[in-house]
Design a protein around this ligand. Structure first.
Ligand code: UDP
Length: 140
């Protein structure tokens, strides 16, 4: 598997509890390199665009409200098989189903406030990266 990039977000529940460094330590220990990172306050429009695929789901309003409730840290991660590797270190969406040692198992509060986002495919990673980063902000 070739070197790949994926998009990651450290969500408000984690930034609120000062867990940015703890999350990054897990990512780096898994072999992922943080090649771009910035702390932003997501706007409602950004959150709605980002999660547009979920717009018909019952949790959409709550999700947008949560994602805009406090700063987030958006990131580009690089490494061998980065999309799958990041999904593995994140753990299952619902922390009660997440494997031991994963970010969500250790830090997530609930299925909604689950500490991190990670792209689910290389194709979506490219779209998500482009939503938040200019090419010259990514330094591999
Ligand atoms: N989510 C939620 N309730 C649900 C399912 C998902 O609030 O029943 C939120 C949660 O924050 C999740 C995000 O919506 O991370 C996106 O859902 P997805 O199924 O894509 O999960 P992920 O890819 O983040 O594991």
């Amino acid at each position: 598997m070739a070197v790949q990039r994926t998009f990651s977000i450290i969500k408000p529940d984690a930034t609120n509890r000062n867990l940015t460094g703890a999350v990054n330590a897990k990512l780096e220990a898994a072999g992922l390199r943080i090649v771009a990172q910035k702390r932003i306050q997501m706007t409602q429009k950004q959150a709605e665009t980002f999660y547009a695929v979920h717009s018909a789901r019952p949790f959409f309003g709550e999700l947008v409200e949560f994602m805009t409730s406090a700063p987030v840290v958006v990131q580009v991660l690089e490494g061998e098989d980065a999309v799958a590797k990041n999904r593995e270190v994140m753990g299952a969406t619902n922390p009660s189903e997440a494997a031991e040692g994963t970010i969500r198992k250790e830090f997530a509060l609930s299925i909604g406030e689950n500490s991190v986002h990670g792209s689910d495919s290389a194709e979506n990673a490219a779209i998500e990266i482009a939503q938040f980063f200019a090419g010259n902000e990514i330094v591999g």
